[in-house]
Structures are given as structure tokens and as C-alpha cells.
Design a protein around this ligand. Structure first.
Ligand SMILES: O=C(O)c1cc(C(=O)O)c2c(n1)C(=O)C(=O)c1cc(C(=O)O)[nH]c1-2
Length: 243
């Protein structure tokens, strides 16, 4: 088959999964340390504080994607993500549950939400995700969410590893992750089906693959920055969180 031939939907999915197997942040040394119990409490605090910005920005990227969807069916499907993250006013959403995780680690909420201690690279990476979803095609925007294909594995590994290894972590602290184990597969079922159906040319299929690579890279870059600042060589930039 020539290099520019249309892939079958199954072959496209296979290539997406191969990107995850090569590049998903479960493979990053910082996650290995986090999940194996090799980090100190201040290092885990730095992870939670930085990741708060990712969590808090996800509804902004989903709202901009939602605004571009052309039909009520599609918008209703994507709207669920906003409720998952923002809550419905009665049940807390993911952003609030992430703050519970930060509370459990002894971080002051006001400080976390102020973003004052954020690493510059976290801000650049997360902002790049929000901008990508706003500016690229709808197909690429949907495809960029597909790292969630790989998140149930990392979440199971993280929760069991962290509960086993850290005396400052308990099930209540990690309650953020429990609903994600059912929400992520539901999100993925829709998004994967969408890109397999809507990428109608090989060029569009390559855009889908490129969007997933971009997303893996920005997740990886966030952990590179954490590793550099808080593990080795351990050089937090000016103004960043200092344990
Ligand atoms: O724990 C993780 O490693 C992880 C990874 C990802 C991901 O792969 O983007 C998400 C989440 N968690 C997550 O909790 C979450 O709500 C989420 C939303 C999205 C997205 O791109 O829309 N990714 C992720």
C-alpha cells in the first residue's frame, strides 16, 4: 500500500494506539517515581499544584470545542464533559475534586487557585492545548482528547501505587480519579468513533495522528518541567512553588 492511501478505520485506530504505546506520559520517569512511591511529599505537592492548571483549563477547551459542534446531538455529547469537570451545582465536578486532592496534600487552596506557584512550562503547555483546540480543525480538536484512551491504565496504576507507597495519601485524597475510570471510556468511545468516521482522506487521518502526538508531547513536557524543577537537577524557576 502506498504511503498516502486511505487507512481503514481499524488501521487508523491501531496507529493511534501505537502513538500511546510510544509516547503517553505513563512512560515518563516522573510518573514512574510518583507511582512507585519514590517522591517526597513536597514533590507530590508540586505535581498536584501544577496539574491543577490542566484540570482547571479543560472546561475552557471543552467549551470552545462545544461551541463549534454543528448539531444538538454532538453538542449534547460534548456538554457532558463540561458537567463532569465543573459539576452541576449539587455534585462536585473534577475541578473541585482536584482541589480536594490538593487539600489532602496540605496545600492551601487560595495559593493553588492563584496559580502563583505554577511552573512557567506548565502554563505554556496547558495554554497551548487550549489554543490548539480553539484554532485547529474540529477533527484535530476532537482527536487531541484521545490521550484519554490511555488514561484508565495510568489512573489504576497511580491509585494503587500511591495508596501502597505514601502514608500521606488515602482513598479520600485520590477520590478525584474514581469517576474518571468510567467517564474517560465514555468520552473516548464517542471521540474515537468520531475521528474514525470523519477523517475521510489520508491527509485528514494524518491530522488526527498529529493531534494525538501533539497532545502526548504537551503532557510529557509538563512532566519534564516538574522533573527538572523538583527532582533533578532540582532547579525551580523564579517565583515557582518551593516546598
Ligand atoms: O491522570 C491522567 O494521567 C490523565 C490524563 C489525561 C489525558 O490523557 O489527557 C486526562 C486526565 N487524566 C483527566 O483526569 C481528565 O479529566 C482529562 C481530560 C482530558 C482531555 O484531554 O479532555 N484529558 C484528561
Amino acid at each position: 500500500m502506498s504511503d498516502d492511501a486511505l487507512l481503514s478505520p481499524e488501521a487508523l485506530e491501531e496507529r493511534l494506539r501505537a502513538i500511546g504505546a510510544e509516547r503517553y506520559h505513563i512512560l515518563h520517569p516522573f510518573h514512574r517515581l510518583l507511582h512507585d512511591g519514590a517522591l517526597s511529599k513536597p514533590q507530590v505537592q508540586a505535581w498536584a499544584l501544577n496539574r491543577y492548571y490542566y484540570q482547571a483549563s479543560i472546561p475552557a477547551k471543552d467549551a470552545s470545542l462545544l461551541a463549534r459542534l454543528p448539531t444538538p446531538d454532538l453538542r449534547r455529547e460534548w456538554r457532558r464533559r463540561l458537567v463532569d469537570h465543573d459539576g452541576d451545582g449539587v455534585k462536585p465536578g473534577g475541578v473541585e475534586r482536584w482541589l480536594v486532592l490538593c487539600d489532602g496534600l496540605g496545600l492551601e487552596r487560595g495559593y493553588v487557585m492563584s496559580l502563583q506557584g505554577l511552573l512557567p512550562a506548565t502554563r505554556f503547555a496547558v495554554d497551548a492545548y487550549v489554543r490548539f483546540v480553539r484554532e485547529r480543525s474540529l477533527l484535530e480538536a476532537v482527536a487531541s482528547s484521545l490521550t484519554e484512551m490511555f488514561s484508565p491504565n495510568i489512573i489504576s496504576e497511580r491509585v494503587s501505587g500511591m495508596l501502597r507507597s505514601y502514608d500521606f495519601i488515602n482513598e479520600a485524597t485520590l477520590a478525584y480519579f474514581t469517576p474518571r475510570l468510567t467517564q474517560a471510556p465514555q468520552d473516548v468511545a464517542f471521540a474515537l468513533d468520531y475521528v474514525k468516521r470523519e477523517a475521510r482522506t489520508r491527509a485528514e487521518q494524518e491530522q488526527v495522528l498529529g493531534a494525538l502526538r501533539f497532545k502526548c508531547d504537551l503532557l510529557w513536557a509538563q512532566l519534564d518541567a516538574l522533573h527538572f524543577a523538583y527532582v533533578a537537577p532540582g532547579l525551580p524557576p523564579p517565583g515557582a512553588f518551593r516546598p
